[in-house]
Design a protein around this ligand. Structure first.
Ligand code: NAP
Ligand code: MG
Length: 526
């Protein structure tokens, strides 16, 4: 089966005005529908751009609504045929672990870390340590955990004599549309695919248009194993407005799983409501990271910078509101700024780079806009705030800190999704909690303290899905991840995330054959 299309040659300036140099033999990636690689029906493609230098690194098939419908039909038919859906959880888990072995080998052989780095601007250090290996480990771990799901669960009779045998049968949701963002492309693909597959669903994955390559590589690897019945796995690349909306509204899709902005999440919920689809949404955040007066400042300073500037701040749970006690303000600011100035911003493929480019020119524009908004609102820019010198070919932005921020400012309320930290001071713990909770979002947060019992008490009062104490961003693959409030619906990871892809069916089998035992029937019948 073909994977690469014919070498596409040069992209016109018009298609990609940002391209400074285009390789003569840029690869073209196709769609994978019903177990076959194919071009988009209209033959159209769009470029994938390396945000470190604006170069086109690949072309990608641009699917239409019709292509998306074909993928949905293939998924539906495969689900109805039941070759995958009717296997046991254990059997599917074992197949996925066999597939994982191949994925793991080709990820190294084909250097997925470099692909991720070039496609998404992930620094090579981060791609090698996190984006790729953690994604694959989560794929493996979710396959293992999924194998443990009890297909059959007997239910006890609690307050009545047993008149029936009741049990729960765990079944797949059906056809799942999965729409993912550009910040952790391979990891989001694994977080979506692994739980859906191990629980017996058929899927249509739509990657973010900025970052399709590693998800396509993953599908190539899965296809090569020959382990999955055709139609169970489909990947459709193309614009959110066409492919994403078709997935969200199509009557043959049973569930939509989405990660991205709150705005698009709302739209998906609206579209999905037409056929009352199940939805899980992983949306934006504006997480508060609280330094308490007794914190170990060496840890808290570096931790707070890691919390904000990891992957250029393009992380939904980033700790972008730093809450500092008034008493420590001057010391914290001085140390934060000094450490920030030591962060090396540079090309994603450079091993020295601690921060690479933003994913796209559009994202760079958004960040610049918010820096202007912060200044206009009266916050004090203490470091960064501009593109670094000498890196004008890519979408780089300096790590930026605003001091004197109040929680009602837009830079404290709106998700910027870039390297911008807003520092807010507080007087006491009660005020810190109130500020942390004064947000439309509720994804995550951090607390830095040496008094762990007190920090846990505080964590319980913060209305977010995750709270890190003396750490940030680390996600164990058995813990639930997902937001309160407008940060989302449902959970991912662990058994919590796996069960979102199942339905609990109740089956009741009467134990008695006697009409007399069914006295409740007498309320209707003479
Ligand atoms: P986005 O617009 O929400 O995109 C996320 C995914 O949804 C992409 O695959 C996108 O496709 C698709 N999509 C876009 N419009 C759609 C629609 N009307 N119906 C169905 N699917 C649609 O996010 P973004 O534009 O990439 O980033 C914008 C903001 O989202 C960021 O600034 C940040 O605040 C937030 N964000 C959050 C996360 C997170 O992890 N929570 C991740 C990324 C971004 P296309 O790529 O083809 O547009
Ligand atoms: Mg790209």
């Amino acid at each position: 089966m073909a994977f690469w299309g014919v070498a596409a040659g040069r992209i016109s300036e018009e298609d990609n005005p940002l391209a400074t140099a285009v390789s003569e033999s840029v690869k073209t990636y196709q769609l994978y529908i019903n177990g076959e690689w194919r071009d988009a029906s209209g033959g159209e493609t769009f470029p994938s751009i390396n945000p470190s230098n604006g170069e086109v690194i690949a072309n990608i098939a641009k699917a239409s609504r019709e292509d998306t419908q074909a993928a949905i039909a293939a998924a539906r038919q495969s689900f109805e045929r039941g070759e995958w859906a009717t296997k046991s959880f254990r059997a599917r888990s074992e197949i996925m672990l066999r597939a994982y072995k191949h994925i793991q080998e080709v990820a190294i052989e084909r250097d997925w870390a470099s692909i991720e780095s070039q496609d998404a601007g992930v620094t090579i250090r981060l791609a090698n340590l996190s984006h790729v290996p953690v994604a694959l480990e989560h794929f493996r771990s979710l396959a293992v955990q999924g194998g443990e799901i009890k297909e059959y669960e007997p239910l006890p009779w609690v307050d009545m004599p047993a008149v029936a045998w009741n049990f729960v049968n765990r079944e797949p949701q059906g056809v799942c549309g999965q729409i993912i963002p550009w910040n952790f492309p391979l990891m989001m693909a694994c977080w979506k695919l692994a739980p859906a597959l191990v629980t017996g669903n058929s899927v249509i994955l739509k990657p973010a248009s900025n970052t399709c390559l590693t998800a396509l590589e993953l599908f190539k690897a899965l296809d090569e194993t020959g382990l999955f019945p055709k139609g169970v796995l489909n990947i459709v690349t193309g614009p959110g407005g066409a492919v994403g909306e078709e997935i969200a509204q199509h009557p043959d899709v049973d569930k939509v799983a989405f990660t991205g902005s709150t705005e698009v999440g709302r739209r998906i919920m609206q579209l999905a409501s037409g056929t009352v689809k199940k939805v899980t949404l992983e949306l934006g955040g504006k997480s508060a990271n609280i330094i308490l007066p007794d914190a170990d400042l060496d840890l808290a300073i570096d931790g707070s910078l890691f919390a904000t500037f990891l992957h250029q701040g393009q992380v939904c749970e980033s700790g972008t509101r730093l809450l500092v006690p008034e008493s420590l303000h001057d010391e914290v600011m001085e140390r934060l700024v000094a450490r920030t100035k030591e962060i090396v911003v540079g090309p994603a493929d450079d091993l020295e780079s601690g921060m690479g480019p933003l994913v796209s020119e559009a994202q760079l524009m958004t960040v610049k806009k918010y820096v202007e908004i912060g200044k206009e609102e009266g916050a004090k820019l203490v470091t960064g705030g501009k593109q670094p010198d000498g890196l004008e070919n890519g979408y780089f932005f300096e790590p930026t800190i605003f001091d004197g921020v109040t929680n009602d400012m837009r830079i404290a309320q709106e998700e910027i999704f870039g390297p911008v930290l807003s520092v807010i001071t507080y007087k006491n713990a009660g005020e810190a909690i109130a500020i942390a909770n004064d947000s439309q979002y509720g994804l995550a947060g951090g607390i830095w303290s040496q008094d762990i019992p007190e920090a846990i008490q505080m964590a319980k009062r913060i209305r977010t899905g995750t709270v890190w104490i003396n750490d940030y961003h680390l996600l164990n693959d058995v813990s639930p991840f997902g937001g309160y409030k407008q940060s989302g619906v449902g959970k991912e990871l662990g058994m919590y995330g796996l069960l979102e892809y199942t339905i609990a069916k109740h089956i009741h089998v009467a134990q008695s054959n006697k009409r007399a035992d069914r006295f409740i029937w007498d309320t209707v019948l003479p």
